[in-house]
Design a protein around this ligand. Structure first.
Ligand code: TYM
Length: 356
């Protein structure tokens, strides 16, 4: 795992551990989302204050059907709770329920160099492939930075593909702090060993854009078919193989209990086995691994009001925190008027029709 901590200037006392991460509701979560990110959310929900959100504003750059987006947000919340996110320990909410974040995005946008965003991979990849990109996609890392800074997050558990965005966030926070004083806490990404880049069925990074995903809650028969089609090399069965070079083994290692994983690694090294056997073992291990979460999911699906209550309580807690940070940023850069810009959260504006 990478080091974690807080680089806020010595002028402020060290920030307490505050974990934050977001996930897009663009379809059912896949194994990459789970092993790269969600499993860390759950492990870290007892590490300190924690905030996890469903990134519906980010999803707007790809999901254009309103009803579908609403459904995806609800399903994402069900999935996260079913997988073990405990709303009594962690604050679970929907990104757009905290509009303070979009205002903070603007403040950050004013210190964002164009070149920094041009180098960001989501935009660069689309441009290289000749696909049309909108300003939402281009400025996506700024919104993500506001997401993180709005909660004074110190640790951001993510997969490898998000590390660049957290570096952007640190850059922007550093520039803002340099200009206006110590407003923001600088976060660090947290990656999990062995799960930071989960391979898909074709060996590339697992991603919906590559159509190579295995989903956490998909129908088991359909999943088994996909697993049986995982690409493998054409070396003869007898030949000993290195398990560490093989994406099928990497997937098995994530799902199987330690003793089975060691046995399988040994089989690879000895040779004389077929990939078909490994695939069958993987399908069984995966069914087993997510069995409890599947049962919890079924119960939660039957109680949509419970999910809405969780999200609404989470939004309240998240908004209170983001309001404080936004007020701090507004005062620092000269937007808050009255009392020499020292108005505090919750105070009424002094002028008529004024707005904090
Ligand atoms: P998203 O929704 O694409 O992915 C959610 C999380 O899953 C991780 N992930 C993977 N990890 C390992 N192997 C893979 N194959 C794999 N595929 C996905 C991602 O790294 C991510 O941690 N921009 C973010 C959402 C976001 C966010 C934030 C995250 C918005 N604001 C603030 C952190 C902090 C995204 O699109 O993730």
């Amino acid at each position: 795992m990478t080091a974690e901590g807080n680089d806020a200037a010595a002028a402020r006392p060290p920030a307490p551990t505050r974990v934050l991460s977001g996930i897009q509701p663009t379809g059912r979560f896949h194994w990459g989302n789970y092993f790269g990110a969600i499993r860390q959310y759950i492990d870290l929900q007892t590490a300190g204050e924690s905030y996890y959100f469903i990134a519906d504003l980010h999803a707007l750059t790809t999901v254009r059907e309103p009803d579908r987006l609403r459904g995806l947000v609800h399903d994402a919340a069900v999935d996260l709770v079913a997988l073990g996110l405990d709303p009594d320990r962690a604050t679970l909410f929907v990104q757009s329920d905290v509009p303070e974040v979009t205002e903070l995005t603007w403040l950050l946008m004013t210190v964002t160099p164009m070149g920094l965003l041009e180098r960001c991979h989501a935009y660069k990849d689309k441009k290289t492939r000749g696909l049309p990109a909108d300003a939402g996609l281009f400025t996506y890392p700024v919104l993500m930075s506001a997401d993180i800074l709005a909660y004074d997050a110190t640790i951001v558990p993510v997969g490898e593909d998000q590390v660049q965005h957290i570096e952007v966030c640190r850059d922007l926070a550093g520039t803002f702090n340099h200009l206006y004083g110590e407003v923001f806490t600088l976060p660090k990404p947290r990656l999990v060993e062995g799960g930071a880049r989960v391979p898909g069925t074709d060996g590339q990074k697992m991603s919906k854009s590559y159509d190579n995903t295995l989903d956490v809650f998909e129908d088991l028969a359909a999943q088994k078919k996909k697993i049986m089609r995982i690409t493998t090399d054409s070396r003869p069965m007898e030949e000993p193989k290195n398990p560490d070079d093989d994406h099928l083994f990497a997937l098995y290692a994530l799902m199987a209990p330690e003793s089975d994983r060691l046995k399988m690694a040994d089989l690879y090294r000895r040779g004389g086995f077929g990939y078909g056997e490994v695939k069958k073992a993987l399908a069984e291990a995966a069914a087993q691994f997510f069995a409890e979460a599947r049962a919890r999911r079924a119960a939660l699906e039957a109680d949509p009001q419970r999910i809405e209550a969780i999200l609404s309580a989470g939004a309240g807690r998240a908004q209170a925190k983001a309001r404080d940070v936004l007020d701090r940023a507004r005062r620092a850069c000269g937007l808050a008027r009255g009392k020499a810009g020292k108005r505090l959260a919750g105070e009424k504006p002094s002028g008529k029709g004024g707005r904090l």
